[in-house]
Write a protein that binds this ligand. Structure first.
Ligand code: ZN
Length: 66
C-alpha cells in the first residue's frame, strides 16, 4: 500500500484506479475509464467548500422557517 498522495478519478470521483499497461502505465479509472486523475488534496478543499455552501443553505433555510 502506498500512502503518498492518494489519487482519485477526476470525472466520477472513484478511487478505483489502475495503471493501464497498454497505455504505457497511464493511470485510468476502473469505473468510467477516464484518465483524468486528481489528487485527493484537491478534492478535499472543494469538498470543504461544498460543506460550507451546504451550511450557508442550511442557515438560510433555518432563517426562513423561523
Ligand atoms: Zn472515473
Amino acid at each position: 500500500m502506498q500512502n503518498a498522495k492518494k489519487r482519485i478519478c477526476g470525472r466520477c470521483g472513484s478511487s478505483n484506479l489502475i495503471s493501464d499497461r497498454s497505455l504505457g502505465g497511464k493511470i485510468v479509472c476502473v469505473k468510467c475509464g477516464s484518465s483524468f486523475i486528481k489528487t485527493k488534496g484537491l478534492i478535499n478543499s472543494s469538498n470543504r467548500n461544498f460543506y460550507y455552501l451546504l451550511l450557508i443553505l442550511f442557515i438560510i433555510f433555518f432563517v426562513i422557517l423561523f
